[in-house]
Design a protein around this ligand. Structure first.
Ligand SMILES: [Zn+2]
Length: 295
């Protein structure tokens, strides 16, 4: 579904579910699209007639339609430009072997409806976007906001005339936030959410909820605080007894359910990132390799 938010600004709501995502269309003198994961709805932006495609970040549900933009200049943040060349990073399973103690379970990926051809192609990238950059489409202008945390080069976008921000995977879903990349700095994710709260846009849209959030301050605050609530649950566990990541994952401290192996992997990866933060803060100590205890 296309939802008009300004004279030339549209949201493309994905109707294909998980592994797809919402996009933005600026139908101006320069036709710009942000992200390409809207599945069947993407046809409505006429990808072949788009001048510029910007990806919020490198994950598959945001770049999966990139190859349809045959004429467009494709732009990403410099960090994402490197990540998009890695199949494991595109699929958000980088570091699988180490945490899962097994090789990649390919069947699992295919079950998620991933087109194997699409993930083995060499993704084309033509240029970069950077924090503070203004994209001028004619009458519509918008600003690039580098918002690291979900991924290191993740970007959000602010449309001043509409007072609207597109937040990508600062997703505001019930299961978020996700920070399962190896060695993600959680302080960066918190700072990125705080930056949006300070920007105080009248409305925000994300990649994975099919609604416009008006006056989103409370929703953003609650979303950010989930990171610290998860951390408190981990700390409570480690006060009771020293534990490994493999023991902690069985406690479901982040995801109540583990319906697939990738979710188990993401919980482990996020646990590791929490532990790294808590070790730095002096809240947790690694007793011996891989065994953590609250101080
Ligand atoms: Zn993502």
């Amino acid at each position: 579904m296309l939802l008009q938010m300004g004279e030339k600004l549209f949201i493309v709501f994905n109707e294909d579910g998980y592994t797809y995502g919402n996009c933005i269309l600026v139908d101006d003198d320069i036709r710009v699209v942000i992200d390409s994961g809207a599945g069947r709805e993407l046809a409505k932006v006429q990808p072949e007639n788009v001048d510029m495609l910007i990806n919020t970040h490198h994950h598959y549900d945001h770049v999966r339609g990139n190859k349809l933009f045959t004429r467009a200049q494709i732009l990403l943040h410099p960090v994402e430009r490197i990540s998009i060349k890695s199949l494991e990073k595109v699929m958000a399973i980088d570091g699988w072997k180490e945490l899962m103690h097994q090789d990649l379970y390919n069947q699992e990926r295919m079950e998620e409806g991933v087109d194997p051809d699409a993930v083995t192609e060499q993704w084309r990238v033509d240029g970069e976007i950077n924090d503070g950059q203004v994209i001028d489409c004619g009458s519509t202008k918008f600003v690039v906001l580098h918002t690291p945390g979900h991924s290191k080069g993740h970007c959000a976008f602010y449309f001043p005339d509409e007072d609207l921000a597109f937040l990508g995977d600062i997703c505001l879903t019930r299961v978020g936030p996700w920070y399962g990349e190896a060695h993600t700095d959680l302080n960066e994710f918190i700072a990125s959410i705080d930056r949006i709260i300070e920007l105080n846009p009248a409305a925000v849209v994300t990649s994975h909820v099919n609604q416009v959030f008006h006056n989103p301050r409370a929703a953003l605050n609650e979303y950010r605080d989930r990171i610290l609530k998860r951390e408190q649950r981990i700390l409570q566990q480690l006060r009771e007894t020293p534990q490994t990541i493999d023991q902690l994952v069985a406690k479901h401290l982040i995801y109540r359910q583990h319906p697939s192996l990738p979710v188990v992997f993401w919980e482990k990866s996020m646990l590791r990132n929490h532990l790294e933060r808590m070790v730095k803060l002096g809240l947790v100590k690694e007793l011996e390799e891989g065994v953590f205890k609250a101080i």
